[in-house]
Write a protein that binds this ligand. Structure first.
Ligand SMILES: [Zn+2]
Ligand SMILES: [Zn+2]
Length: 413
């Protein structure tokens, strides 16, 4: 049904509510309702999501698109990243592609709650911002380890453990610089590598949440897809994959099925100047084309099919939708960043988030410890001797702060 309320048109079909212009759905019928408009009262309901402003019901799942684009992050779309929030208080990130850490910050969630990341494969557009979340989380107040799950590879050096141990090494200077300057308990990385060939194997089971892995087929051995189940709700996320038998078998009837859907080969040639050969290979063999995506969704019949991993613009979305609709006529959303899905057993509501660009990291939930200055690595004598301290100015800053907060912190020598 279609409802007009407060100048916002929403589309409802098969228990799915979507804000117009953001999603495309099939099989719509129309009704109308009227609320008395007022020149002085707030609107009764705003069909958008303001981060941090809504309770999540105990039986509800909220999924937020934090990256829906292609390998090159752009202002409108970061690369792959999906946040799943559950009514039991758990939050999970699936993939953490380039540019997505900015989207995550915008959601006003204390970093303490963002400590679980599941990586589908080790392409930069699926884990390029892991370093940002890890280190940014330390600065942004996460005071517990960052837990990461990711697949093995066909050789150890193609696996998640290898990649993350080298990421830690890459950040040696960064990590060292924070010793003694901030609370570094969040600097610990917990890496959980699992077999990429495992079929429907549970890799996580805590607090009533089960996460299973199935192999994906993409570029090289190693990629996987994930299935999260909680409270009778099933979330399936492909990361990147060519259509495959494991997805078809194990994601059937998902409440929300997020599957990659690459841009059409024709648009790859037209917009990105690819050769037809490269466009056909990448667009239909390395990735899933829109018509293949439709076939996949027709086979698994989710309550809502979500297509992502393409630049979703006025001139590309119609081509994607047209091709999907040659093979699938069920509920469909073409994802863009900040699309929000509220899922219960009875309803799926799809809206866009309204983002505050001035957002700051939220305070830590746990108590922060003062930095332990004895851990500081410090400067060489050569660099120390180059300091110009402006002692009169800094003394005043220390004395003002001490007065304001009742502290007695001496100015360092
Ligand atoms: Zn990939
Ligand atoms: Zn990708």
């Amino acid at each position: 049904m279609q409802t007009r309320k407060h100048n916002i048109i929403t589309l409802c079909t098969r228990g799915i509510t979507l804000a117009l212009g953001m999603c495309l759905v099939g099989g719509l019928s129309v009704i109308s309702s009227a609320h008395a408009a007022s020149p002085v009262k707030a609107l009764e309901e705003r069909d958008v999501y303001y981060p941090g402003s809504e309770d999540l019901a105990s039986d509800e799942m909220r999924v937020i698109a934090c990256g829906t684009g292609m390998p090159n992050a752009r202002p409108k779309q970061a690369a792959a990243c999906w946040l799943v929030e559950l009514g039991n208080g758990d939050k999970f990130l699936f993939d953490i592609g380039s540019g997505s850490s900015e989207r995550i910050s915008a959601l006003k969630i204390p970093y303490d709650y963002l400590d679980k990341v599941f990586i589908g494969h080790l392409h930069s557009d699926h884990f390029g911002d892991l370093g940002d979340l890890w280190i940014g989380g330390v600065i942004g107040n996460r005071i517990k380890p960052l837990r990461v799950w990711g697949p093995s590879g066909h050789k150890p050096e193609f696996g998640t453990k290898y990649a993350l141990s080298h990421m830690e090494k890459m950040f040696t200077w960064d990590s060292g610089s924070r010793l003694g300057n901030v609370d570094i308990r969040g600097q610990v990385l917990e890496v959980n590598e699992f077999d990429y060939k495992a079929v429907n194997k549970e890799i996580y089971n805590e607090n009533g949440v089960s996460i299973r892995t199935i192999p994906a087929i993409h570029a090289l051995d190693g990629p996987v897809s994930f299935i999260l189940e909680w409270n009778g709700l099933k979330f399936a996320y492909s990361s990147d994959t060519f259509p495959n038998k494991w997805w078809m078998e194990h994601t059937k009837g998902a409440d929300i099925a997020i599957h990659e859907c690459f841009i059409t080969p024709n648009d790859l040639v037209k917009k990105q100047k690819w050769t037809p050969g490269a466009a056909l290979n990448v667009g239909t063999q390395v990735h899933t084309s829109p018509a293949q995506f439709g076939k996949v969704m027709s086979a698994i019949k989710p309550r809502l099919a979500v297509a992502y991993h393409f630049f979703n613009d006025f001139d590309t979305a119609p081509n994607v939708e047209k091709m999907v609709r040659t093979t699938y006529d069920g509920p469909l959303a073409l994802a863009v960043d900040y699309m929000v899905f509220n899922i219960t057993k009875d309803n799926i509501r799809v809206r866009m988030a309204v983002i505050d660009k001035d957002i700051w990291p939220q305070p830590a939930v746990g108590k922060k410890l003062p930095p332990d200055a004895s851990k500081r690595i410090g400067f060489s004598e050569f660099i120390t001797n180059g300091r110009v301290p402006f002692k009169d100015v800094v003394d005043k800053i220390y004395s003002d702060i001490n007065k304001k907060y009742g502290t007695n912190i001496p100015t360092p020598k």
